[in-house]
Design a protein around this ligand. Structure first.
Ligand SMILES: [Zn+2]
Length: 83
């Protein structure tokens, strides 16, 4: 079974056309007063819960657009509104 992803410009395409940019993690912590440990934790630690999560994807073999898609790590399937 091939993992498919939906580019907002090109539509559904096979995964090999994309590069994953990692989890969407929200805003960066403030630069001022951030301890080295807090920065390390922000930059290096990831939690991957077995639930749908937003991720950054790049359509490198297509239109060259970065976009967010929601993938469920438990099923490795894209979750889209309305199915
Ligand atoms: Zn595209």
């Amino acid at each position: 079974m091939t993992f498919m992803l939906t580019c907002p410009i090109c539509g559904r395409r096979e995964l090999h056309e994309f590069l994953c940019g990692g989890q969407e993690r929200g805003p960066r912590p403030p630069q001022e007063g951030l301890s080295a440990e807090a920065h390390f934790r922000y930059a290096q630690f990831r939690s991957i819960p077995p639930a749908p999560q937003p991720e950054w994807w790049y359509h490198g073999q297509g239109c060259g657009v970065w976009f967010k898609a929601t993938r469920n790590p438990a099923t490795n399937r894209e979750e889209r509104p309305g199915g």
